[in-house]
Design a protein around this ligand. Structure first.
Ligand SMILES: Nc1ncnc2c1ncn2[C@@H]1O[C@H](COP(=O)(O)OP(=O)(O)OP(=O)(O)O)[C@@H](O)[C@H]1O
Ligand SMILES: [Mg+2]
Ligand SMILES: [Zn+2]
Length: 177
């Protein structure tokens, strides 16, 4: 079987973790940076950015192992920056893996409302909360919206648009293959 790398692309609070279950093959290895940060963080916070680089490093090593054995790996991540998507595509290319992008981009107000229902208490150790600052959500949403027109040029074999704002839907008609 050809190795496969699936990655979610969507801002914090968009519903990636909620939606991915419907699109993940049963034998796939799920890579959650949230879970890895929580495991590495001295305070146990999934949002602790001080351990992010280490989380990406271990996640990348595990991804190489899965792809080398022709498995499927699913990155449950925001992938909102082009260089982060490029990192995933580069690792996949090392193993000639199929790549699938799952775009989860509901309207900004929906994402902000979902984010606002999360725990806003700030950890005294790492200074973060499960609820992401609204400007951060907005910046992630804007970055992905901005990248949408050229996402199909990045090198994904398949792109699935699981959620898009109504005003963006027409632009992607017929491009999700
Ligand atoms: N379609 C939906 N309708 C209503 N609520 C939803 C929907 N999708 C997700 N939610 C809620 O929104 C919140 C964020 O969803 P989820 O945890 O899946 O986001 P995420 O994209 O994985 O965020 P993060 O990047 O921070 O991990 C959760 O509380 C979830 O229950
Ligand atoms: Mg999540
Ligand atoms: Zn903390």
């Amino acid at each position: 079987m050809r190795p496969t790398l699936i990655a979610t692309i969507g801002p914090a609070g968009a519903g990636k973790t909620t939606r991915r279950y419907r699109h993940v093959p049963p034998m796939a290895t799920v890579i959650s940076l949230d879970e890895r940060r929580a495991a590495l963080s001295p305070c146990g916070c999934s949002t602790d950015q001080s351990v992010n680089a280490a989380a990406v490093e271990t996640a990348t090593a595990d991804t190489r192992a899965v792809l080398a054995s022709h498995g499927t790996v699913v990155w449950d991540v925001t992938s909102y920056l082009p260089r982060f998507r490029a990192h995933l595509l580069d690792v996949a290319a090392e193993f000639d893996a199929r790549t699938v992008g799952l775009v989860v981009l509901p309207p900004l107000l929906t994402v902000l409302a979902q984010n606002s229902r999360r725990d806003g208490r700030v950890c005294a150790v790492c200074g973060t909360a499960r609820r992401v600052p609204e400007p951060t959500v907005w910046a992630m949403h804007a970055a992905i919206t901005d990248a949408l027109p050229r996402l199909h040029t990045e090198g994904w074999h398949t792109l699935h648009f699981l959620a898009l704002p109504p005003y963006l839907r027409h632009r992607h008609h017929g491009r999700n293959t």
